[in-house]
Design a protein around this ligand. Structure first.
Ligand code: ADP
Ligand code: ADP
Ligand code: ZN
Length: 214
């Protein structure tokens, strides 16, 4: 199978994290999520976390140099030597260029396509576990016991600060303005795989695996 250096592209709420976790397990490569790393820094209240929180809570992108720095450091770790799944990076053209400058040639960019209406439905119902990062949906994928994380048993699932209506609007705008141009960027490089993202999670996973096997 090809595609060991891959990336998940798509609007907020497209299902990038949900799919990246499954693929990472299936392909035995690390899931590198800038959103997860930034939220972790926020939770630990580090300098990085405090800086990033202002942008994140407003639904704005964290400055390029900050995110590029944490990704460069993460990809140098040993477990990334055989490949990785980037989730949520790159999100701007300068970030994509910085990745190339790090010597990373992506073999597959999985672009999960969903409408803005579906984004609003998904983010509006997303529940996240603050302890382990597991993700649920109030209607489409509820935890088996109300308010308890299936994965780690933590009681108290939360709506992310940026999954509130004003922030969702802002994130969609940032996506269309800053991130959507990467579709063409990677299409031109011949690595883009467009995936219909509105099907159920199992179907989407299968479609991605089929595409990677081609
Ligand atoms: P992203 O990482 O792109 O922001 P997530 O993987 O966190 O997206 O998914 C956003 C929300 O949509 C979550 O509540 C998740 O449970 C739900 N979700 C993910 N994939 C699907 C799907 N194929 N169908 C319905 N809901 C989904
Ligand atoms: P989403 O559900 O929107 O895909 P993520 O968890 O990937 O959310 O990202 C959450 C927030 O973290 C973003 O709205 C942004 O503020 C910040 N962030 C994550 N990745 C990046 C990035 N590559 N560049 C700039 N900001 C980022
Ligand atoms: Zn949990």
């Amino acid at each position: 199978m090809s595609g060991y250096r891959m990336m998940m592209l798509g609007p907020p709420g497209a299902g990038k994290g949900t799919q990246a976790k499954r693929l990472a397990q299936e392909l035995e490569i690390p899931h590198v999520s800038t959103g997860d790393m930034l939220r972790d820094a926020k939770r630990r209240d580090t300098e990085l976390g405090r800086e990033a929180a202002e942008y994140m809570n407003a639904g704005k992108l964290v400055p390029d140099e900050v995110v590029i720095g944490i990704v460069a450091e993460r990809l140098e770790q040993d477990d990334a030597a055989q490949g990785f799944i980037l989730d949520g990076f790159p999100r701007t053209r300068p970030q994509a260029e910085a990745l190339t400058d790090m010597g990373v040639e992506l073999e597959a960019v999985i672009n999960i396509e969903v409408s803005d209406e579906e984004v609003v439905r998904r983010l509006g119902g997303r529940l996240s576990c603050p302890e382990c990062g597991a993700v649920y949906h109030k209607e489409a994928n509820p935890p088996s016991q109300d308010d308890v994380c299936d994965k780690c048993g933590n009681r108290g699932l939360v709506t992310r600060d940026d999954d509130r209506p004003e922030a969702i609007k802002q994130r969609l705008a940032s996506y269309h303005r800053q991130t959507a141009p990467l579709v063409e960027f990677y299409e031109q490089r011949g690595v883009l795989e467009a995936i219909a993202g509105e099907a159920g999670p199992d179907e989407v996973t299968q479609e991605i695996l089929d595409r990677l096997a081609d």
